[in-house]
Design a protein around this ligand. Structure first.
Ligand code: GLN
Length: 303
């Protein structure tokens, strides 16, 4: 398969979609990114890597950090997850409050904000340094020690994260948050602020495509745990657009409002794409299209 020409073809075709979506502007630090960025990278399980465009430029991973939290949580608390969070798609926005009230403070799944906040709380009870552990996970798995938090983004999330504070307070009122919410959200916002490139992401999340084994040969998670995360990505990873994403792209994936999307095709490859303009559900317009074209042109998806 000629991955280089496929990526070139995709880059050319998605360029006409610039201007349709809108860069996340809920915090000033994210709004100032140049909208006309596009990067894509692929890492095959035979070790080959391909990339195009702005694939080496680091951007805010935002909700893609939820995959790291989920991995650490499953390792610590077991594959059943427990009763503090569900595993059903939400069908609602990533930061929705309304469902939480109906469901007594139990988030639908770990890949929406409320779910990741609960998991961060659980991990914080065991690891007071969870913030640094998540960063270390990104660095070690990507074999890139320069990966860092963007303190300006983290602070800006903290200063204006009224909805996330509302979610956390609401869950605390139901007894589903143990720690002080300021510590929990400080960790959560820092995880969102981590900056990585598409190439870093294909390496970091390679274990999800490779039965739990990282690119440096470490068993990060069991094969069974890996399957479970991939199942959750397919059903919950792109919020209220999961159906459309599975329909068009056919790959378990996780998106973030920084414009990144990471996907895996088990036993074949990890894929990452970045373009900051988002659709109404908070997924990258061009990123989704690029992934769709990729599975169309390669003829590879999970189905
Ligand atoms: N920092 C964002 C938030 O918590 C992350 C959301 C996302 O990437 N979908 O609202």
């Amino acid at each position: 398969m000629d991955y280089n020409s496929i990526l070139q073809r995709i880059q050319k075709e998605v360029a006409e979609l610039f201007g349709i979506g809108k860069v996340a502007d809920y915090i000033p630090a994210l709004a100032k990114i140049s909208p006309r960025k596009f990067g894509m990278a692929v890492k095959l399980t035979n070790g080959e890597e391909y990339s195009i465009g702005d694939a080496t430029e680091a951007f805010s991973i935002q909700s893609i950090s939820k995959l790291i939290i989920l991995t650490l949580y499953l390792k610590k608390y077991g594959l059943e997850i427990g009763n503090r969070v569900g595993v059903e798609p939400s069908g609602s926005a990533f930061n929705s409050l309304v469902q939480l009230e109906y469901e007594n403070g139990i988030p639908r799944n770990p890949l929406i904000n409320a779910g990741a906040i609960v998991l961060t709380d659980g991990l914080l009870s065991i690891y007071p340094d969870i913030k640094e552990r998540v960063l270390e996970f990104a660095r070690t798995n990507s074999e890139n020690s320069s990966i860092s938090f963007d303190e300006e983004i983290a602070k800006s999330e903290y200063d204006t994260g009224f909805r996330n504070f509302a979610l956390a307070n609401f869950m605390k009122s139901y007894g589903n948050i143990d720690n002080d919410i300021f510590y929990v959200l400080n960790a959560y916002f820092h995880h969102c602020s981590i900056k990585m490139s598409c190439i870093d992401m294909t390496r970091c999340f390679y274990y999800l495509a490779n039965e739990g084994v990282s690119q440096n040969g470490k068993q990060i998670l069991s094969t069974r745990g890996t399957k479970r995360i991939n199942a959750m990505m397919l059903t919950c990873g792109t919020y209220d657009a999961v159906g459309d994403f599975a329909f068009r792209v056919g790959v378990p994936a996780k998106s973030g409002v920084g414009g990144g999307i990471v996907g895996v095709i088990p036993n074949k490859m990890s894929i990452a794409v970045w373009s900051p303009e988002l659709n109404a559900q908070g997924n990258s317009v061009i990123g989704m299209k690029a992934m769709e074209l990729f599975t169309t042109y390669t003829g590879i998806s999970i189905f």
